[in-house]
Design a protein around this ligand. Structure first.
Ligand SMILES: CC(C)(COP(=O)(O)OP(=O)(O)OC[C@H]1O[C@@H](n2cnc3c(N)ncnc32)[C@H](O)[C@@H]1OP(=O)(O)O)[C@@H](O)C(=O)NCCC(=O)NCCS
Length: 145
């Protein structure tokens, strides 16, 4: 299966929004993705199988700290290395943007995601109480330095 990683473009916005809605209880709005396309200090990547968006992830550079946003792989495509490929590509781009360390939040119960982040060098550094809603849950704060 051939997967291409590309920067998000307008033509993929509908699919990215649909993917978020499929997977997250609090999906981002279309405008947030639009802003990621336009923001020079941000980068949003999609994983494509032919012209189908099967994964996505984003990065915001906040003066050298890279905030990793909504990492997602379409259910039918999970566990095939797409999440890791997306994040590794994001780190390469982050280097060119001057990102020195990466941080993210993840639900404390989200074992697959935490496992993936640990595999890529993220360490648990704190808990943000009741960070999430639907359902209410603590966030684990992870950093890759
Ligand atoms: C987290 C997520 C993005 C991972 O994407 P993916 O494309 O499946 O990731 P990869 O295939 O690159 O790697 C997944 C790793 O997690 C592990 N994993 C996958 N599913 C798992 C599960 N149900 N339980 C435990 N580990 C799991 C895999 O074993 C793999 O590690 P390994 O190589 O050591 O075996 C995907 O599960 C997802 O979209 N989840 C829903 C959205 C989400 O929770 N995003 C994170 C928000 S912070």
């Amino acid at each position: 299966m051939e997967i291409r990683i590309e920067p998000l473009q307008e033509c993929y916005l509908d699919q990215v929004c649909a993917l978020e809605e499929e997977v997250f209880s609090m999906p981002w709005h279309r405008e947030s993705f639009q802003e990621m396309i336009e923001d020079k200090n941000a980068c949003y990547l999609v994983a494509l199988h032919q012209e189908e968006v099967v994964g996505a992830c984003g990065l915001r550079n906040i003066v050298g700290d890279g905030e990793v946003t909504n990492v997602v792989t379409k259910k039918a495509y999970q566990n095939r290395g797409i999440g890791a490929t997306l994040l590794n590509q994001l780190f390469s781009i982050g280097r060119t943007m001057g990102v020195e360390a990466y941080t993210l939040e993840v639900r404390v119960s989200n074992r697959p995601a935490i496992h993936l982040y640990q595999k890529l060098g993220f360490k648990e550094e704190g808990i943000r109480k009741n960070f999430y809603e639907k359902p209410r849950e603590d966030a684990l704060i992870m950093w890759k330095r």
